[in-house]
Design a protein around this ligand. Sequence first.
Ligand code: ADP
Ligand code: ZN
Length: 298
Amino acid sequence: MPVYGGIEAGGTKFVCAVGSAPDDLHDEIRFPTTTPAETIGRAVAYFEAQAKKYPLAAIGIASFGPVDPDPASATWGHITATPKPGWNNIEFAPVLRRALDVPVGFDTDVNGAALAEYRWGAARGLDTFIYLTIGTGIGGGAMVNGALLHGLIHPEMGHILLPPHPDDPYPAGFCPFHGNCMEGMANGPAIEKRWGQKAETLPADHPAWALEAHYLAAGLANLICVLSPQRIILGGGVMQQTQLFPPVRTRVTELLNGYVQSPQILQAIENYIIPPALGNRAGVLGAIALAEQAASSA
Ligand code: ADP
Ligand code: ZN
């Protein structure tokens, strides 16, 4: 069985692992995201050491963004215009490729998570679906007709514009670019700013959650109309509030109003909008899945 390296590159921490599947991970390390040189350097050193024990067939990187995932681009594998201090226009994947001399798969964190759910989790057997994380930001990855969607750059599903709800005490929203986009209305920091306390401290019966369910559902209704996904997987810290799933499903049904004539939506929406099967492992397993994909296309 070939062994792969995977990097879940987050804005606050990196997780690096070696293995081939959820039940076949040989080693894992995590460290904080500091400067690019130090953080990427630690990842290189880790894989150089691991490669002595486990010859690596490829490395996959599932990264915070924005990124350049286009293999034909001069800046392939770079983190591009990120607001994260120090990380603007940083060469990332090519550094690993030069140091380890193996194929390197590079994509967004959410495309990686989508690929992992496709390979081992809640999207097995599907060819068109969405994985969304509702956390510090809102980001979406999509597989369309069996391939991860990139298009122009990569999808930015969290930034679709949503009409403010009449009951919203802060209808202007919080996205510095768009105000009332889905992220600006419904990410963890938006909940915290709107209600003056951290999302995880709000009681389950707080009005915050009905409003949150509405905004998530409005975003999902738009995405359903655009991509016709066969399933939508919702992960991220905010979705730890599992009481959100039933009202999100109900509100999606109400907003679509019977228009999308699919039994998955009309009769079995509890299997249509679901949590990730891989839980918080989707990130690092996504990186392993990207490595597997890079090895098979090399
Ligand atoms: P990140 O997006 O930074 O990778 P998370 O997905 O954990 O990390 O998202 C962090 C955000 O999710 C924070 O805004 C936090 O307040 C919120 N959050 C984390 N855990 C919970 C929880 N149990 N309930 C509600 N919100 C949460
Ligand atoms: Zn926005």
